[in-house]
Design a protein around this ligand. Sequence first.
Ligand SMILES: *[C@@H]1O[C@H](CO)[C@@H](O)[C@H](O)[C@H]1NC(C)=O
Ligand SMILES: *[C@@H]1O[C@H](CO)[C@@H](O)[C@H](O)[C@H]1NC(C)=O
Ligand SMILES: *[C@@H]1O[C@H](CO)[C@@H](O)[C@H](O)[C@H]1NC(C)=O
Ligand SMILES: *[C@@H]1O[C@H](CO)[C@@H](O)[C@H](O)[C@H]1NC(C)=O
Ligand SMILES: *[C@@H]1O[C@H](CO)[C@@H](O)[C@H](O)[C@H]1NC(C)=O
Length: 811
Amino acid sequence: MSTQKWLLLPLVAVAGLVLRQQLASSGPAENRPTAHQVIQEDVESVFVTYGAGTGRSLLQDDENDKHKDELVKQLVAKLNRTALDPVPSKPEERCALTQGTWCMQYHMQEPVQRYNPPSYDKDCPNECNGVGRCNHETGQCHCPAGWGGSDCTQPRKRACHHMGADKRDAGWHNLTHWSHTRCAGVCDDNIGMCYCPPDTKYGRREAADPRLPPIQAGRPLFMCTPGTDKDGKKVEWGGTPYEDMFGESGWCNADKPKFRCPCRVDGLSGTLCDAPLEQTCANQCSGHGDCNLGFCKCHKGWYGVDCGLRRKGVYLTDGDQVTSKPWMQGVITPAVAPEDPPMTPYRRRPYVYVYDMKSEFSTDLWQYRIEAAHCVYRRFDTKNKTLWAGYNAYAAEPLLHELFLTSEHRTLDPEEADFFYVPISFACLFEVYGWNAIPRWPAKVHGTRSYGAAMMQLEAMKWIAETFPYFKRNGGKDHIWFMPHDEGACYVWKDIWPGVMLSHWGRMDMPHASQTGYGQDNYSMPVRHKDQPVNWLDHTSKAHPCFDPKKDLVIPAFKPPSAYRESPYMGSKVGQKRDTLAFFLGDLRMEPGKDPHCQYSRCLRQRIYNISTEGKWKETHNILYGDRNAVGKHDYSKQLASSTFCFVLPGDGWSPRFEDAVLHGCIPVIIMDQVQAIFESILDVASISIRIPEAEISKIPQILKAVPADKIAKMQEGISRTWQRFRYIKLKMIIEDARKVLAGHVSANDGSAPKNLGAAYSVSKQDDAFATIMQWLYSRIPDATGKPLAPAQAAVLPAASGGATGAAATA
Ligand SMILES: *[C@@H]1O[C@H](CO)[C@@H](O)[C@H](O)[C@H]1NC(C)=O
Ligand SMILES: *[C@@H]1O[C@H](CO)[C@@H](O)[C@H](O)[C@H]1NC(C)=O
Ligand SMILES: *[C@@H]1O[C@H](CO)[C@@H](O)[C@H](O)[C@H]1NC(C)=O
Ligand SMILES: *[C@@H]1O[C@H](CO)[C@@H](O)[C@H](O)[C@H]1NC(C)=O
Ligand SMILES: *[C@@H]1O[C@H](CO)[C@@H](O)[C@H](O)[C@H]1NC(C)=O
């Protein structure tokens, strides 16, 4: 008996545990996956964790279970201590606290056998000029920023502000206007980025063939603008002395410059901004392409926005980047739909087709971004260490794209699709828009950001309707759009509105007007120009509400597991004692001049703050409320975990407070009239939260103190059964983060796994936010497409008929 085999034993048991849970949770007996199929799913993660052998040897070593000597017993006992309770497996348990029948309907559908995915073989014109990416399904070229036309031969430039023909600034003195793309060096006018000029030592040297990368990239000059010219004469649009940038010992010439310009663009790091980093792309081009600031250029034989699809008849592999670039291991999520032959044997509806969008609506915006952390949810740091992108409130946008691309619900055959996902860089445009002159929709029109984004979305819709036959088929009702920005789908064009709107903002009142405190985002502001003679408001916000619970869904914002690391569901002991009655930490915008008309947060955060200080809520009621100054610089996750109630208040629109509360087992106190919380239309949110009308904010302490202890306990129990629906887990980096957080608590707790109801889900992929969206979408198929659901499930459904009581599930 080799030691190697002994060491494998716990792995067998872990896989066995997964297996049992999966078997118990799958459909009718004859459709249950075999051991091999189930283990396949988790093999990859088990082996990344333990770094041993291959999936096959794991199965062969199943034998070892027979050896019942002392060592084995010890190992089993140890595993038992580190094993979490099994997640619920019966449909009625999994549907706890759901409203209506969507959840049971989903689980009662018969899974069907997967077949080999369709594959495509169309050629693109001119091989996309060697710069673009051919979509072999449509035969269309997708071009990177800088290139356009049907074969990516036409220039499609993004000039720097006031750039002359030599790509240098054309008005040091006669133009004082400042812009982020104002460039004192030489402009890379594919993306509007600035570098040291070619006549300096660390300047940019373009290749003779403009399709090739530069011979020397050069040190970036982005956000580094001169305060003087070379004669020492003042220029108005910058502040850095000329010598510091262009002198002998300046940034562009010296090996060790005494002044350094900022290094913020994706792909570069180090004090001299010359160490290359892996750049962020959708699912890292699946390991089959090269990432250029968000645009994947696929290796031969691969295609799609993430190079995740294989051209028909091509079976060669292009050398495995996951091996040659070890830092890719932690971020590439294996995609299910393109598996050929399928390794995931069964599938369930809904089937969702994911459009490969034209670059203007998608990857261009990533290529134009200024900060590495803009638009993405993860990035690479020094030495290509993966990390979360920091605070990106709209991170669910890139996240959902990867989730749809890798989902088992994705179909590569649009003809069979129940839904169509339209991945546009809507929120990313907001980040780029605030800083730069272009892109604009329509070109050159300077409207508000919300207008620009809505126009981009409209153009994207027109492109889809012209390019594919599917938009018109059901009047757009089966098209899914994600509107991550603060005021959600309030201002989507009425042509798009029939579709499924996913957003974080469940505002229901009609008519409605923008409530942002930030003018650029005000969707009620009229915009007029020659191409827009009609009032755009009549086509957008005045034509529909922000959210229609029948066809839309309010979905969680993204929080990585490390953001809720002190949650009792992740193994932390903090929440065992909740000694703060109620808690809120957030922006109040009360500094003079910041929000003069008190528009932010409907003036709720501010009014509550004043009431709380006047009433001495902290001293009298143990309610912590306010910004960092008021609440103290403590660990936010710990504070949420040690509070019984947590406030859910709006910001400029949505604010991810319901998620924060639920992920920490804190009971949400919702204060925003006529706005539904996350999943409120499909979950029994009323049974796990308190809602206080805006008019009653002065009674908050009395209302909360009147909640009886048994009701609090009941709500807490309800949260521990549903919290997993409020977090996303299915991408590689997220599940690894969750495992790390849990492992930290387990080792701090003498090697024991936490034993509480919610902890069963700590690292489970079951029923997360994305799965919840898919399960709900299933019930939407008849309405959105006219297709019936499979008849079998009608018989097994309980009598409940979509009432608000959740009778189908909770009992
Ligand atoms: C594992 O734990 C369960 C319950 O906690 C216990 O009943 C069982 O005997 C344990 N098994 C071993 C091998 O320690
Ligand atoms: C600024 O001066 C340059 C030449 O020095 C000229 O080409 C350009 O047109 C001038 N621009 C403006 C706005 O006057
Ligand atoms: C990081 O990734 C980039 C791009 O793949 C590569 O050029 C660089 O050598 C890597 N750096 C390290 C330290 O591995
Ligand atoms: C938004 O713009 C409209 C129209 O200009 C204006 O009436 C309204 O006060 C603005 N809203 C906010 C919150 O500034
Ligand atoms: C809160 O109190 C401050 C100080 O008294 C006052 O200036 C401000 O207007 C109040 N804000 C609200 C929204 O009541």
